[in-house]
Design a protein around this ligand. Structure first.
Ligand code: SF4
Ligand code: SF4
Length: 311
């Protein structure tokens, strides 16, 4: 690849990321996350991660990405809009978070990042890089902040000023040295809508989430019993929860242009009876390329039973 003298390699990468469908691309220097590590350690000590023990087990890698890639110098962070309007979400069915309406973002975003990395390698063939999409021990939200993708809202999700928080993040840790981008400003101001609207009070203070109280945790990560008190606050959510994002004034709800995120039929809600009677083969057919597949049929049935029993 020939890089025009007036156009830096970094700008070439951003242009290629745009072409691949990413709304935003930012660069940050790889350094140990010293400031954030104290907060993260306290968060773990308080038990806010619930039963997600992998978060504690990977602590040292999370705060120091050089442990993942020796010689790592930069991280490239990308964001992609997944919002798709859905007019008729029924009240009498199990609700699924928007992020799980289309194809599995782990796969979709990773395929795009592989293409971006191949583009980079055409100019820097001896470089090393590690691609991550919400699966490895990488603090993507913190790096997104540092790379100027957006600010971390009071609900702790990243917000891009143009798109809002309906975005997936992905990253490439690399041994190529790039100039850093400036961190984004915080535009939450005096707003507290996400905190006030959270059904389970999981946002315990501005910018602090007790994940072990979040509906997304109960319906995606957690497999033990859930107290009746919590179940009564969960509404009809059977996979994830969108309440704090839906109320945010920064969410512009601009439809994504990514075909893979087009909502599947169940995005308007999963009939409780159908889930309870679902066979493994049906489950695999419906969710073969979707984040719900990771929950498994047993977990999805448990989620439905919680809600179903209270009705
Ligand atoms: S996803 Fe739902 S339960 Fe979790 S913090 Fe947001 S509003 Fe609260
Ligand atoms: S709802 Fe308000 S406080 Fe919460 S993230 Fe959005 S702007 Fe920030």
């Amino acid at each position: 690849m020939k890089v025009a003298a007036s156009y830096s390699f970094k700008e070439e990468i951003k242009a290629e990321a745009d072409r691949l469908g990413f709304q935003k691309t930012g660069f940050a220097e790889i350094v140990p996350l010293e400031f954030e590590s104290g907060y993260f350690k306290n968060w773990l000590d308080e038990g806010y991660h619930g039963s997600m023990s992998w978060l504690a087990n990977s602590y040292s890698k999370r705060i120091n990405p050089a442990a993942l890639l020796p010689g790592a110098k930069s991280i490239i962070v990308v964001a992609i809009n997944y919002f798709h309007p859905q007019k008729s979400i029924k009240d009498s069915v199990g609700r699924v978070s928007r992020y799980a309406w289309g194809n599995d973002y782990h796969v979709v975003v990773k395929e795009k990042l592989v293409k971006l990395w191949e583009f980079i390698l055409t100019a820097k063939p001896d470089s090393k890089g590690i691609i991550n999409v919400d699966s490895g021990p990488v603090m993507e939200k913190l790096w997104a902040k540092r790379a100027g993708i957006g600010w971390q809202g009071k609900h702790t999700l990243i917000l891009d000023k143009d798109v809002g928080s309906w975005i997936f993040l992905g990253s490439i840790i690399t041994d190529i040295k790039f100039d850093c981008d400036m961190p984004a400003e915080d535009y939450c101001g005096n707003c507290t809508l996400c905190i006030d609207s959270c059904p389970t009070n999981a946002i315990i203070a501005p910018y602090q989430l007790n994940a072990s109280k979040c509906i997304s945790y109960f319906t995606i990560e957690h497999s033990d019993d859930v107290s009746k008190d919590v179940v009564n606050k969960m509404g009809n959510w059977i996979f994830g929860c969108d309440v704090c994002q839906s109320v945010c004034p920064w969410n512009k709800n601009t439809p994504t242009g990514v075909a893979e995120f087009k909502p599947k039929e169940f995005s308007s809600g999963l009939e409780f009876d159908k889930v309870l009677a679902m066979s493994e083969d049906e489950f695999k057919n419906i969710f073969s390329n979707n984040p719900i597949r990771r929950r498994g049929l047993k977990g999805l049935v448990e989620n439905v039973q919680r809600i179903y029993k209270k009705q």
